[in-house]
Write a protein that binds this ligand. Structure first.
Ligand SMILES: NC(=O)c1ccc[n+]([C@@H]2O[C@H](COP(=O)([O-])OP(=O)(O)OC[C@H]3O[C@@H](n4cnc5c(N)ncnc54)[C@H](OP(=O)(O)O)[C@@H]3O)[C@@H](O)[C@H]2O)c1
Length: 295
């Protein structure tokens, strides 16, 4: 079955987390195709700014201030979208996400719940009202923005890592229910993207831990005379947005790893946990030193 969707003035796309980063870049690129857009996020000012920019391309835009980790607000966003755009809904991009930064033993129950509510439960909250419409249309595409850490792991953000793994499991299960319905579901797994994400992680910005861990990993690798795993190139939000648009237009039938080298890293970890740990050792130890120096 060909589940491709051509993006044009008839198409309705709902994007969560559209006030910055990947969501905002995607909204702008879709606006250039004149699709009808529903955008949501929590910060009213930032969301209004993006909505205004998108409207200036001539796109029809609904912007809704909503916290999609709260069931009623997420469901209401989808219901309002369907109502506003004459009962249609073609694409849902579950992009809103946030991480956290803490060792397992320092992760509060509140953070565990908030990581899962946002990065996983959001999917149920959005899709319960969205799926019946898409199934009736026999057309639709659900895009879940997970992460490379939905497949492998980095230290000091276990609740986020576990939630992004769960999002991939959710989409895998959903796909088994969508066979021959005309509705597609795709997982996108970015690695480092230049957005606000690493600054706004709960507990502390994980960007600082990564920067310090990378610096320390150089010294550790030198002292032990071992190689460091090559660092992946940071991508821009608009490069990731381009890949999401390509997936909507031509569903790849596989998870999308946005960054070069990600699939190899995942294959290494799946093949041998020890081989993955050995390859990552300087970084893992560097991050431990950096974390312990702060606690
Ligand atoms: N940047 C990376 O390196 C990276 C790597 C892998 C995966 N990802 C994933 O990519 C997705 C997009 O992140 P980004 O990199 O573009 O980061 P970002 O610039 O921080 O954008 C995150 C977006 O999510 C929104 N958001 C956060 N919590 C929300 C909530 N409870 N309800 C509604 N909206 C919420 C934020 O807006 P408000 O604050 O206004 O609500 C913002 O618009 C996330 O799922 C993230 O986990 C990012």
């Amino acid at each position: 079955m060909n589940n491709s969707i051509s993006l044009g003035p008839e198409t309705v796309v709902a994007i969560t987390g559209a006030s910055s980063g990947i969501g905002a870049a995607l909204a702008e690129q879709l606006a250039e195709r004149r699709v009808r857009l529903a955008l949501c996020a929590r910060r009213p000012g930032r969301l209004a700014e993006i909505a205004a920019r998108v409207r200036s391309h001539g796109a029809d835009v609904l912007d809704v201030v909503a916290d999609v980790s709260i069931e009623e607000q997420a469901a209401n966003f989808i219901e309002q979208t369907i109502k506003t755009f004459g009962g249609r809904l073609d694409v849902v991009v579950a992009n809103a996400g946030r991480g956290h930064c803490a060792a397992v033993e320092d992760t509060s129950t509140e953070h565990i719940h908030s990581m899962f509510a946002l990065n996983v439960y959001q999917l149920w909250y959005l899709l319960r009202p969205a799926l019946p419409v898409m199934k009736a249309q026999r057309r639709g595409h659900i895009i879940a923005i997970s992460s490379i850490v939905g497949k492998i792991a980095y230290p000091y953000n276990a609740a986020y890592v576990a939630a992004k793994h769960a999002a991939i499991g959710f989409i895998a299960a959903l796909r088994t229910e969508l066979v021959e319905t005309g509705v597609e579901a795709t997982v996108v797994c970015p690695s480092g993207v230049q957005t606000e994400w690493a600054q706004v992680t709960d507990s502390a910005p994980i960007s600082e831990l990564f920067a310090e861990g990378i610096a320390r990993s150089r010294i550790i690798a030198q002292e032990r005379n071992i190689p460091r795993a090559p660092l992946q190139r940071m991508m821009s939000a608009s490069e990731v947005a381009q890949q999401i648009i390509a997936a909507i237009e031509m569903p790849p039938g596989r998870d999308i790893f946005t960054h070069e080298g990600s699939e190899e890293l995942v294959a290494l970890a799946l093949g041998s946990r020890r081989a993955y740990e050995d390859a990552m050792l300087p970084l893992l130890l560097g991050m431990r030193q950096a974390y312990e120096a702060r606690h």
